[in-house]
Design a protein around this ligand. Structure first.
Ligand SMILES: Cc1cc2nc3c(=O)[nH]c(=O)nc-3n(C[C@H](O)[C@H](O)[C@H](O)COP(=O)(O)OP(=O)(O)OC[C@H]3O[C@@H](n4cnc5c(N)ncnc54)[C@H](O)[C@@H]3O)c2cc1C
Ligand code: SF4
Length: 332
């Protein structure tokens, strides 16, 4: 049952972080599509909800270097269908449109999508132990229902995955995260934002309690000429990824140049493996080379029983995405 909370609207990012710092259970709200579910399930205590949607962070601005700054409150729909984003970062548009449903994307914000919690069934079931929800209580998923769980980077404490599609594209694109803290602003690489579970699975990312995301910066190169997002899931809509791949590359005289490969649905964070990207650089875009790159990425993969199939599935998703990127094919 949802417990009582108060509500405030912040006018600026600085005001939002001051309000957050006033109580350990104060929380900001974006579209509310994840936070409100968790509050209704009694999974999280909220003392005060701080609305940050009227602080002017709903804009997409072109930077001088040719990149873009996406405000934290830009909705998934507005981002995916923004003309310049569709043109320069079609990988990002396609990844977003593979997620959730139109109604949810209309509400979901850029920052909220990054901070959505895992979809591990035990995490949402307050009758079961879960190290992420209740540190030290245990991880029933390791020996339980785990067909959706991690095959890379998991720990003894937690084998959950990060569920976002958008974040997989942002990891491949080498985006940066803009953060407002109590004392200062900072910018960090997107790939350093989310954490692996280790011994602290309750921490999904590096954001402190009194910090908020203000935006996401895209570098100028959006790999518009050769990119693909492939998502394998249990239903063809309204389902989270069992494994997904966001890829982009340059192709000069039929040789691969700069290559980006990020995986979703396989780890506690969007998974980048630069070793595989370096392996492909300078090579021909053949199925054989793509398969070798996929083998490199999944080298240390481990299943937990029900999710063993994801190791081969992830390899095939990577190969398929790399093949589709040659002609920018779109997964239906
Ligand atoms: C049925 C269903 C299916 C879905 N399917 C998919 C899918 O296939 N793929 C996919 O990627 N997603 C999927 N989603 C998840 C959906 O994309 C997320 O719920 C949504 O992106 C969260 O965004 P929000 O703005 O609503 O976040 P909120 O619920 O408002 O917030 C989420 C968290 O982020 C925090 N927060 C929000 N903004 C900030 C900020 N600026 N700074 C700091 N903290 C902040 C909140 O305090 C909260 O902890 C699905 C959701 C549902 C309900
Ligand atoms: S996998 Fe993580 S989220 Fe799921 S039960 Fe284990 S500790 Fe909890």
């Amino acid at each position: 049952m949802m417990s009582d909370f108060s509500f405030q609207r912040a006018k600026t990012p600085k005001e939002a972080v001051i309000l957050l710092g006033l109580h350990k259970d104060n929380k900001v709200i974006g579209g509310g599509t994840n936070l409100l579910d968790m509050m209704k399930e009694g999974m999280t205590d909220s003392h005060e909800i701080i609305d940050i949607n009227r602080m002017g962070l709903n804009k997409i601005i072109r930077n001088e270097d040719g990149g873009f700054l996406i405000g934290a409150s830009v909705t998934n729909t507005d981002l995916a269908y923004h003309k310049e984003i569709e043109k320069h970062y079609p990988l990002l548009s396609k990844a977003i449109l593979k997620g959730a449903s139109p109604q949810i994307r209309n509400m979901a914000t850029t920052a909220g999508n990054m901070l959505q919690r895992t979809r591990c069934y035990y995490f949402y079931d307050t009758a079961t132990p879960c190290n992420k929800r209740n540190p030290g209580s245990g991880c029933p998923a390791k020996t339980g229902v785990n067909h959706i769980h991690a095959i890379l980077g998991a720990s003894e404490s937690c084998i959950a995955v990060h569920p976002s599609d958008m974040c997989v594209a942002l990891a491949a694109l080498d985006a940066k995260v803009h953060i407002q803290g109590a004392k200062a602003e900072k910018i960090i690489p997107f790939v350093a934002f989310h954490k692996l579970p280790g011994n602290t699975p309750h921490l999904d990312n590096i954001l402190a309690h009194d910090e908020i995301i203000t935006g996401v910066e895209l570098p100028a190169n959006g790999f518009a000429k050769h990119h693909a997002y492939v998502k394998a899931r249990e239903r063809n809509s309204y389902a989270f990824a069992l494994a997904s791949a966001a890829v982009g590359y340059e192709l000069n005289d039929n040789l691969l140049g700069d290559v980006r490969i990020a995986l979703g649905g396989v780890a506690h964070k969007p998974w980048r493996n630069t070793e595989a990207e370096i392996f492909l650089k300078g090579k021909l875009p053949t199925k054989d080379n793509f398969r070798k790159a996929a083998e490199i990425i999944l080298e240390g993969a481990r299943g937990y029983g029900q999710n063993d199939f994801k190791i081969e599935l992830a390899k095939r998703v990577v190969v398929r995405a790399l093949e589709m990127a040659i002609n920018n094919e779109v997964q239906l």
